[in-house]
Design a protein around this ligand. Structure first.
Ligand code: CP
Length: 309
C-alpha cells in the first residue's frame, strides 16, 4: 500500500503488522525518549481542513519523535478560505515536495482524491463520515494491550453511528481481527443494513451491554446532523448515556473507551470517563505510537527500506 486512506482494503495480517510496529514506541514514548531519527530529512505536511486536537498534535509529535521536519497547514489560515479548490491545494502541497501528507477533511473521499494527485504517501486523519484509520488502529492497540487480544472480545460501540468515521473504521478493524462487535444507536442514527458489516445492531443499550468486554462510546456529531432527528441531550443520556449503573451490566472490569472529544454528561458520565475502567487517556497515548508506526511504514519505500509485510 502506498497510502493509508482507510482500514478497508487492509488484510488482518497488515493491521496486526501496524500494531506490532507501534508496540516498539509505547515504552519509549512513556519515558519521553526521542525516536531514532529514521525520518530525518523528510518533510511531513499535516493539512487539516477540519478541527482537531488529538489527531493533529499526535501526528505532529509522532513525526518530530522520528526526526521529520513537520509543517502544519490549518485551512482556516490558508488560501482555502479564498476559494482555492482541493485539487489545487493538493497540487500546491505536491509541488513543495512533501515526503508524506497527513490530511483531515470534512468531505468523505477527499483524502483519496488528494492521494490520487500527489507523488508521496498520504495518511487519512479523518475524512467526513468515511474513515479514521489511525483512530481504529490506536483503539485496537489499546484493546490488545489491556485485554491481551482483540479476537473474541465482545465490543459494544454505542452512539452516533450514522455520522461516525471512527465507528466505521473500528468496525472494519475489529471484525477483521475477529472481535464480536455489537453496535447500538437510536434508530435515527443507525446506518441502514449495518449487519452487512458483520456486526449485531441494537437499539436497546442495556441489552447490548450484557457480557461486554469493551464499551466504546461515541459523541453525537452535531456538526454532521443535517436535519437528522436527534434526541435532546437529556433524553439521549437517559437511553444511551454510559452511567455507572449501565456499566455494571457489562463484564466486571470491562474497558471503557471514547475517541474524544467527549460530551460529558451526555454519552458518558464523568465518573465513568474518569473511573478505573476508563482507557481514554491511554487511547491518546497509543495514538502517538500508532502514528509513529504508520509514518515509518509508509515512508519506508522512499527511504529504501523494505515496506509493508
Ligand atoms: N479522536 C479524534 O479524532 O479527536 P480530534 O478530532 O481531536 O483529532
Amino acid at each position: 500500500h502506498r497510502h493509508l486512506t482507510g482500514i478497508e482494503g487492509l488484510q488482518p495480517h497488515e493491521i496486526t503488522f501496524l500494531l506490532d510496529e507501534a508496540e516498539q514506541w509505547v515504552e519509549a514514548n512513556r519515558s519521553h525518549a526521542k525516536g531514532d531519527g529514521r525520518l530525518a530529512g523528510l518533510t511531513q505536511i499535516n493539512a487539516f481542513f477540519e478541527n482537531s486536537t488529538r489527531t493533529l498534535l499526535s501526528f505532529e509529535i509522532a513525526g518530530k519523535r522520528l526526526g521529520a521536519d513537520v509543517v502544519n497547514m490549518h485551512a482556516a489560515q490558508s488560501s482555502v478560505k479564498k476559494g482555492e479548490t482541493l485539487i489545487d491545494t493538493a497540487q500546491t502541497l505536491n509541488a513543495m515536495r512533501a515526503d508524506v501528507l497527513v490530511i483531515r477533511h470534512m468531505s468523505s473521499g477527499a483524502v483519496k482524491l488528494i492521494a490520487d494527485k500527489v507523488d508521496c504517501p498520504v495518511l487519512n486523519a479523518g475524512d467526513g463520515r468515511h474513515e479514521h484509520p489511525t483512530q481504529a488502529l490506536l483503539d485496537a492497540l489499546t484493546i490488545r494491550r489491556r485485554r491481551g487480544a482483540v479476537a473474541g472480545q465482545r465490543v459494544v460501540i454505542c452512539g452516533d453511528l450514522l455520522h461516525s468515521r471512527v465507528a466505521r473504521s473500528n468496525i472494519l478493524a475489529l471484525t477483521a481481527l475477529a472481535a464480536e462487535v455489537r453496535v447500538c444507536a437510536p434508530s435515527t442514527l443507525m446506518p441502514p443494513a449495518i449487519e452487512r458489516m458483520f456486526v449485531t445492531p441494537y437499539t436497546d443499550f442495556d441489552a447490548a451491554l450484557e457480557g461486554a468486554d469493551v464499551v466504546m462510546m461515541l459523541r453525537l456529531q452535531n456538526e454532521r446532523m443535517e436535519g437528522a432527528l436527534i434526541p435532546s441531550p437529556r433524553e439521549y443520556r437517559l437511553r444511551y448515556g454510559l452511567t455507572p449503573e449501565r456499566l455494571a451490566r457489562a463484564k466486571p472490569g470491562a474497558l471503557v473507551m471514547h475517541p474524544g472529544p467527549m460530551n460529558r454528561g451526555v454519552e458518558i458520565d464523568s465518573s465513568v470517563a474518569d473511573g478505573i475502567q476508563s482507557a481514554i487517556t491511554e487511547q491518546v497515548a497509543m495514538g502517538v505510537a500508532v502514528r509513529m508506526a504508520c509514518l515509518d511504514v509508509l515512508t519506508r519505500r522512499a527511504r529504501g527500506v523494505e515496506g509493508w509485510a
